[in-house]
Design a protein around this ligand. Structure first.
Ligand SMILES: [Zn+2]
Length: 245
């Protein structure tokens, strides 16, 4: 038995840094669940960052850059290493939808930045909970970073198109079953390109009165399932042919 803090105390350790306990409530619920599931497997992580104000982001963006100004103030810090490519207002952290984590011991101490087995296990659990992991990114590998953006780009969220975050019931600590099927079966996209292509397809079908407009609402709310979409594709194909005849 590995020595570790009791879970309630461990959770306090995990969320005490920066604004890691100030993310969107549904994101926070998932982050708590992530800590619980990891702890149950003796995989230990703490969060180093969560919500960031635009000023917080400017400070980070200034690292490793010369002549960087935000709202007239100089945030350049060229001697530091570049840590982000996201300007203020463009990071999922600025919307309370992202967290950064690091591995540690069972007391939330002795931080270890090496991306080892436990780190990857934590990332895998995070993905089961609906997060995307920065360690999967090709353009800017970001191993500490997880975000709950549901396929929305930061620019869309900044424009007021907030993702509809699904209600979420944490599992019991002893429950090792995978996340519920209805959660998994929701139509989901890993790329913004395919998502907008599907949306365009549905929009055209609505415009041509092939399908009801409520389907587009369902799509936008994130409540459309894979089954719904498979059925719609059939209907669209059949009725499009019927209209041509
Ligand atoms: Zn991050």
């Amino acid at each position: 038995m590995m020595s570790k803090l009791p879970i309630e105390q461990y959770l306090k350790e995990a969320f005490k840094r920066n604004k890691s306990n100030q993310t969107h409530k549904d994101v926070h619920a998932r982050a708590v669940e992530l800590i619980r599931r990891c702890w149950a497997e003796d995989v230990f992580i703490i969060f180093t960052d969560g919500l960031r104000t635009n000023i917080d982001q400017a400070v980070l963006y200034g690292k490793g850059r010369k002549n960087y100004y935000y709202n007239g103030k100089n945030y350049s810090n060229p001697s530091a290493k570049v840590v982000t490519k996201a300007k203020p207002g463009t990071s999922m952290h600025n919307f309370g939808l992202a967290l950064d984590f690091v591995t540690c011991d069972g007391f939330g101490k002795n931080i270890d930045w090496v991306v080892g087995k436990d780190w990857k296990r934590a990332a895998a659990i995070a993905k089961e909970l609906g997060f995307s992991w920065g360690g999967d990114w090709k353009s800017f590998y970001d191993a500490p970073h997880i975000e709950y953006s549901r396929g929305y780009a930061a620019s869309q969220i900044a424009a007021g198109k907030w993702p509809v975050l699904k209600s979420f019931k944490p599992i019991k600590l002893t429950d090792t079953e995978p996340i519920k099927k209805e959660e998994v079966d929701k139509l989901d996209f890993t790329s913004e390109t395919t998502k907008s292509a599907v949306r365009d397809e549905l929009q055209q079908a609505v415009d041509k009165k092939i399908i009801d407009g409520s389907w587009l609402d369902k799509f936008d709310e994130g409540t459309m399932t894979n089954g719904d979409y498979a059925g719609l594709k059939l209907i669209i194909a059949h009725r499009s042919v019927a209209k041509l005849k």
